[in-house]
Design a protein around this ligand. Structure first.
Ligand code: FES
Length: 157
């Protein structure tokens, strides 16, 4: 029997949610979310554990998790910077902001700093087009981005 990675807190939260969903499998998105809260990213082992709990095939869990960019299928740093480079943000200088982040952090987009503090990624539309350019800094939205805002935010961490 393999050792569980996810905590009792995870299982308690899922058991509590279960009656609100029509099927056990319908709990997949909340389960992925809760697991990621705990482990920061969804390894194959974590997805297999979720699959076992939900009586699903692990491939199905991976298929769903890989569809949504909010789920991390690779390890991420303590601070996860997701900069939108879709149309509205691009028209308002997202490419330059991405270059600025890369220069400040000393990494390329898609990479994590050697000290595991920052991961930088491009993101699809964050739904904040009216306040573009926008990015997510962990779970927080940062809108009307400017180079100065990026400098300030990165320096504060
Ligand atoms: S295009 Fe960037 S938030 Fe919509």
């Amino acid at each position: 029997m393999s050792t569980k990675i996810l905590s009792q807190k995870f299982y308690s939260a899922m058991d509590k949610l279960l009656p609100r969903y029509p099927t056990k499998q319908a709990l997949l998105l909340p389960a992925l979310h809760e697991a990621q809260e705990e482990t920061r990213w969804l390894s194959s082992e974590v997805m297999a554990e979720i699959a076992a709990y939900l009586d699903m095939h692990p491939a199905k869990v991976r298929e769903v998790a890989s569809f949504y960019t909010m789920y991390n299928l690779q390890p991420v740093g303590k601070y996860h910077v997701k900069l939108c480079t879709n149309a509205a943000c691009m028209l308002r200088g997202a490419d330059k902001l991405l270059e600025r982040c890369e220069a400040k952090l000393g990494i390329r987009c898609g990479e994590t700093t050697a000290d595991n503090r920052f991961t930088l990624m491009e993101e699809e539309c964050l739904g904040a087009c009216g306040t573009a350019p926008a990015m997510m800094f962990n779970d927080d939205y940062v809108e009307n981005l400017t180079p100065a805002k990026i400098d300030e935010l990165l320096a504060k961490q």
